[in-house]
Ligand binder design. Structure first.
Ligand code: ZN
Length: 454
């Protein structure tokens, strides 16, 4: 019985979809780690995006030619030169190949190309590596259009139709693949550049809702990953960046009379943003370069958002948390970042003996005191500390009030911690032990110095 049902399964007709392979061509140095994805089927090749540098485009053309198959179409996801600048080489190698994009992407390509080649323009700085002839799309697609090339169906959806920074996603149902351009990224800092960083918060949930749950996102930079997990990660990144901006910008002292952020506040935001992005791939521009891409859009979305009323309690908590920004950084023993909403500060710390702790700093608005929790990642035990800040800015908390002591041969042992900001931007972490009788003995004292940014 078994063998006959197995042989019956083997006799099933082959799937109607032709076998297709997804290939990746990656930009070399200076090309922002951009991808061109190309799909090979028995009927030909379809290319998604075209890299930028002349030498990268030549290598891409050679790879496609090595298949011996015809290039059936080129689809462009968005109007960034690192994704369309290689089109002249591609068209020269495959004359007459249709080049497809939305109207907004086609228009944006011309703008980016012309601005980049203006005197002091960034594309001019690439010299001979950037082809000065602009090749524009030959076929304009509407959002929602279904196109067929090389035996496959491609569905183009536009996620930035009303904004200048336009981005399409190209869905290939037969491959469970969506080519997302700069709408998503895996393992790197999310690119929330452009005029308004809030747009990502609207576009990413739509992108996820428009596609089945089991598709893989093939982004314009770095490797593929399931779309839903990528969207979750990218949204979390954007929310954290907004939280830092909200925390810095919510102080009147950090705002100009017109509502913009002061230069000093922007510098602080640049540093905090660079630290949040420092452990991710950065398109070859470094953490500070990445922060420079991100901060203008974050500031402008914060400024236009700040006309909206913030609940009093949120404002009060942000006012209490802002002085603790000195804690934020990357250290040899862990990272401390701003939590969502700018309402708490959050860290991972590796202690002596390799013990890992998740540390959170929050403010209890009703009781007017800070609370620090430390969760031991080995036992799950949560220690709770409470306290206040003094005039010098030192935060002092102890676990006497919460009563989360430990026992040493039956005797209760409490801890008190001081977080002491220093003028050079570093801070001291001082831990004391006591019996809960008000007498404290100095234990560990550690200077917390930020790791340099890459
Ligand atoms: Zn890109």
């Amino acid at each position: 019985m078994f063998s006959s049902s197995l042989s019956g399964a083997q006799a099933a007709p082959p799937p109607k979809t032709p076998a297709a392979l997804i290939h990746r061509a990656v930009a070399t140095q200076g090309g922002y780690d951009a991808n061109a994805w190309w799909i090979e089927t028995p009927e030909g090749v379809v290319l998604i995006d075209a890299l930028m540098l002349r030498s990268d485009a030549r290598a891409l053309v050679a790879a496609i030619r090595s298949t011996g198959k015809a290039l059936r179409a080129v689809l462009i996801t968005h109007a960034h030169a690192d994704h369309f600048g290689g089109l002249p080489q591609v068209r020269a190698a495959f004359p007459g190949v249709p080049i497809v994009a939305t109207r907004a992407t086609a228009d944006g390509m011309r703008t980016v190309h012309e601005q980049g080649l203006a005197p002091n323009g960034w594309l001019r700085a690439l010299g001979e590596e950037y082809e000065h002839t602009l090749v524009t799309p030959t076929q304009i697609a509407q959002s929602g259009d279904t196109l067929r090339f090389a035996g496959l169906t491609f569905i183009i959806r536009d996620y930035g139709a009303v904004e200048s920074d336009n981005n399409s996603a190209i869905f290939v149902p037969a491959l469970k693949a969506v080519f997302t351009g700069d709408l998503t990224v895996h393992g790197a800092s999310f690119y929330a550049g452009g005029p308004d960083a809030r747009l990502a918060l609207r576009a990413l949930p739509r992108l996820r809702a428009d596609h089945p749950g089991d598709v893989t996102a093939y982004a314009g930079h770095y490797g593929p990953r399931p779309l839903d997990r990528t969207v979750d990660d990218n949204l979390a990144q954007v929310r954290r960046l907004h939280a830092v901006t909200a925390l810095v910008g919510s102080s009147p002292a950090n705002r100009t009379p017109t509502g913009d952020l002061t230069l000093e506040a922007k510098r602080l935001l640049l540093l905090l943003t660079a630290m949040q992005t420092a452990d991710r791939a950065d398109y070859g521009v470094g953490a500070v370069g990445m922060a420079r891409f991100l901060v203008p859009g974050l500031v402008s979305s914060f400024v236009s958002d700040s006309a909206r009323k913030t609940p009093d309690i949120t404002q009060a908590v942000r006012d209490a948390m802002r002085p603790l920004l000195f804690l934020v950084g990357r250290y040899d023993i862990g990272d401390i970042t701003v939590g969502p909403g700018g309402l708490y500060i959050d860290g991972q710390v590796v202690g002596a003996g390799g013990y890992r702790y998740h540390v959170s700093f929050s403010y209890d608005h009703a009781q007017a005191r800070y609370r620090v929790t430390s969760r031991d990642e080995t036992s799950g035990l949560i220690d709770v500390f409470e306290g206040t800040r003094d005039d010098a800015g030192t935060l002092t908390v102890s676990n006497v009030g919460p009563g989360t002591h430990y026992l040493d041969k039956g005797a209760k042992v409490f801890n008190r911690m001081h977080f002491v900001p220093r003028a050079d931007g570093s801070w001291l972490w001082r831990v004391e032990t006591g019996r809960g009788d008000g007498v404290w003995t100095q234990g560990l004292e550690q200077a917390m110095v930020r790791r340099p940014l890459p």
